[in-house]
Design a protein around this ligand. Sequence first.
Ligand code: DX5
Ligand code: ZN
Length: 222
Amino acid sequence: MQKPVRISPSILSADFAKLGEEVGAITAAGADYIHIDVMDGHFVPNLTIGPGVVKALRPHSDRPFDVHLMISPVDPFIEAFVDAGADIVTVHPEAGPHLHRTLQSIKAAGVKAGVSLNPATPVEAVDYVLGDVDLILVMSVNPGFGGQSFIDSQLAKIERLRTMIDRSGRTIDLEVDGGVTPETARQVVAAGADVLVAGTAAFRGGAARYADNIRQLRGVTG
Ligand code: DX5
Ligand code: ZN
């Protein structure tokens, strides 16, 4: 069943020179999760942060850390991110040859497991792991960078996943990442998503704007 919308601001759009403060500010502004994009310059054409930064940010927020790993291989790094304070660890099926094994090792480390589907990755990639995941992340841009435009074809994918999740009777978050604005947020929620990642739209305008940005993403007007 679709749950109330939760907002997971992506710190990729925060001011990296004062990341701790930024995570504190977006938490105070009403973020439900903190989305942390980890990139390796190999699986995706960009480099971001590692477990040391995640650990340093941990005291700045009491919200679950939603760690999106865009790295390959991924298995050797799971433990380090869990030890650093990740609460949800999300991986891409293309990041390794044994998705089921990877999900098992995330669960064995004691945190929630997610699978992320690139724009061209079909929903069937999760058919046989629905019992092993807590979250499915639909990429509505090609992973690697913030500030890209939402890819409309992903709305049909969100609808299909909503149906699959509801049929399974399992509690699985359906999260959408990339190009989420107050406008596209309405569409993805109507399609069945219940967790919205937003970088640009959450962090625009500086800390004084964050609470309002989050309210708008939730669909609260006025
Ligand atoms: C892209 C990342 C996203 C990105 C979203 O690879 O996974 O989380 O930061 O940024 P916006 O909301 O600006 O599209
Ligand atoms: Zn992400």
